[in-house]
Design a binder for this molecule. Structure first.
Ligand SMILES: O=c1[nH]cnc2c1ncn2[C@H]1C[C@H](O)[C@@H](COP(=O)(O)OP(=O)(O)O)O1
Length: 192
């Protein structure tokens, strides 16, 4: 499932697209052997949910340098605690939708639970906290007995760009939930 208007593009080919801005966003994830396995998104200034990151000027920086700069601004942590590298890169999708043509690059960074928690605490003191970022949030990976609370309800939020598809991609690729559980959560969210 992909947000209409987004097409998959390779990291390499994306560099030769003309007239596109490049945006990099990262999912921070701490593996745990339970449905509480936490990963992070954030509430943005516009009331939409997305991942930390932002626009990157590829004339001056590598994708990862630009992403790490954005993460420092939004999460307030130094690179000893959080440094995304090319090995964390997962996908790129281009869109021609207005107001601007964008290539959205996506990363998944695996961390220890202790470091994820340190980042959540540091985020309160970040430059962008209360301006562009209203707060970090954890994504619920469970579904309550009512069939709606938890992940299905979370999926009814409004997401920025293709962040919802990036989230579902991450659930699949990290095998955090079975395909059946993912489909059930998506369907329940649509009905709820
Ligand atoms: O989490 C996201 N996943 C995919 N695309 C996203 C996400 N968050 C924002 N976006 C889009 C929206 C814009 O087209 C660009 C850059 O947005 P933003 O992160 O707000 O960038 P700046 O902070 O203004 O640099 O990506």
């Amino acid at each position: 499932m992909m947000e209409p208007g987004y097409r998959s593009v390779s990291r390499r080919d994306s560099r030769s697209l003309v007239g596109y801005k490049h945006a990099c966003h990262a999912m921070l994830h701490a593996p745990l052997p339970s449905s509480l396995s936490p990963f992070q998104m954030q509430m943005r200034f516009d009331g939409k949910i997305g991942f930390p990151g932002g626009f990157v000027d590829i004339r001056d920086h590598s994708l990862e340098d630009g992403l790490n700069r954005e993460l420092a601004e939004e999460l307030g942590c130094d690179q000893k605690l959080l440094c995304v590298t090319e090995s964390d890169y997962r996908s790129s999708h281009a869109t021609d939708a207005m107001p601007q043509k964008v290539v959205a690059h996506f990363y998944i960074k695996q961390l220890s639970l202790a470091d994820l928690h340190r980042i959540e605490v540091a985020a309160v003191h970040a430059k962008d906290h209360g301006r562009e970022v209203m707060g970090t949030i954890r994504v619920p990976l469970y579904t309550l007995r009512d069939g709606f609370g938890g992940l299905p309800a979370f999926l009814t939020n409004t997401f920025i760009g293709n962040a919802k598809e990036q989230l579902i991609y991450a659930l699949r690729t990290l095998k955090l939930l079975s395909e059946e559980a993912i489909q059930t959560a998506i369907s329940a969210g649509q009905e709820g």
